[in-house]
Design a protein around this ligand. Structure first.
Ligand SMILES: *Cc1c(COP(=O)(O)O)cnc(C)c1O
Length: 368
């Protein structure tokens, strides 16, 4: 077994375990369960490993929920911003919990899902997102119920509530204050519930995060309100585990030195483009030589980053782009008809397994 031809995504299981161990610690110390948010990462070839550390999956759609049930197992939480009737019917047959986004959806399907473990998404009006695009508490947000009176009215119909108000938030004190605020503001409702989910975006697997304090806080919150807490880590579960491995095809000059690799930002790392973020380079290491790493699509702005590396890349060199797991593989597309990066895994025993390669046929079949 060996690595495929570039470009390919390389998931490193040892690096995954670093995050997963911290998730397990929170489970053991705080009693909080963690569900993998599939919208961030659904590359199921590593779910055998992740399953040992996490309690199940959460989803944003029927397909994600199905994938979670089939490939991860354990608990399957279903959420959707809006369900059509046939999806609720199908979810009913296998989801452990169904979470509605609005009071009107809950009421519409209340009879269909009678007897099930039902939750509602609450919009607490606070969030820690740096991007308006991803801010669930943005003005006129449609994500979750903000009307407290309406919530109290439907309380008898639900057993849980989901709050999702963080995005890569590594500030524990701020989170702690917000939990206090939620505890106060929704005290009466929380007393009537069995579980709450705090959503994703809490960066508790980051080096230096005060895990013990985090666990104490979660434990005291769940004890005070008599609730099972769920976390829904996406990025925190898989952060820094994966690289996009590419080969330099050409080096051109236009005032800057520009290395063109055999991948592209729009089809292969779209999230960076949407949020206007610079890619991080895992290899070669940092150094004195200024270089722009660019993609091979015809998009003028197909640029991964401008940085300084230990050497000037030349055609044939390998460039490894860091952090290519979260919101990356789930968003890959066939723009420009470029070859789709293969998917490979470095297993715990260090062998590299090529899981999937894509061909012209896959491209052709993705349209008709
Ligand atoms: C996106 C999302 C998550 C995962 O968020 P991360 O920032 O990747 O941890 C979890 N729960 C819900 C409801 C989400 O929308």
């Amino acid at each position: 077994m060996s690595a495929p031809a570039t470009p390919y995504y390389l998931i490193d299981e040892q690096k995954l375990v670093r995050n997963l161990e911290r998730i397990r610690q929170v489970r053991e110390q705080a009693g909080a369960k963690s569900l993998l948010a599939l919208k961030c990462f659904s590359t199921w070839c590593v779910f055998d490993l992740m399953r040992e550390y996490m309690d199940g999956t959460t989803s944003s759609s029927l397909y994600e929920a199905k994938l979670g049930k089939e490939t991860f197992g354990k608990e399957t939480h279903a959420y959707s911003v809006a369900y059509p009737p046939e999806e609720v019917e199908e979810l009913k047959s296998f989801a452990d919990k169904i979470i509605f986004n609005s009071v009107s959806q809950l009421k519409r399907y209340q009879k269909v899902v009678a007897g099930m473990n039902i939750g509602i998404r609450i919009n607490p009006g606070v969030s820690y997102s740096h991007f308006d695009l991803a801010d669930p508490a943005r003005r006129f947000s449609r994500l979750g119920v903000s009307d407290k009176k309406a919530l109290q009215e439907i309380a008898p119909l639900i057993r849980g509530a989901m709050f999702h108000f963080n995005c890569e938030n590594d500030n524990f004190d701020q989170l702690s204050e917000t939990l206090d605020l939620l505890g106060k503001r929704y005290r009466k409702l929380l007393q009537q519930l069995e579980w709450i989910s705090l959503g994703g975006g809490i960066f508790f697997t980051k080096d230096g995060y005060p895990l013990d304090r985090f666990c104490d806080k979660l434990k005291s919150f769940s004890d005070t309100h008599g609730l099972q807490i769920y976390l829904e880590p996406g990025e925190a579960a898989i952060t820094r585990s994966t690289e996009l491995v590419t080969t330099v095809l050409d080096v051109v000059k236009n005032r800057r030195t520009i290395a063109i690799v055999d991948a592209s930002i729009e089809p292969h790392m779209l999230d960076l483009l949407i949020y206007r973020l610079e890619a991080q380079i895992a290899h070669p290491g940092p150094g004195q030589h200024p270089v722009t790493i660019a993609g091979r699509s015809c998009l003028a702005g197909d640029v991964f980053c401008t940085t300084r590396l230990s050497r000037v890349p030349k055609a044939g060199d390998t460039i490894r782009i860091a952090d290519a797991a979260g919101y990356t593989m789930v968003k890959k597309n066939w723009f420009n008809g470029l070859p789709m990066p293969a998917i490979a895994v470095r297993r715990l025993d260090n062998t590299i397994e090529t899981i999937r390669t894509f061909s012209y046929d896959d491209y052709k079949k993705s349209l008709s």
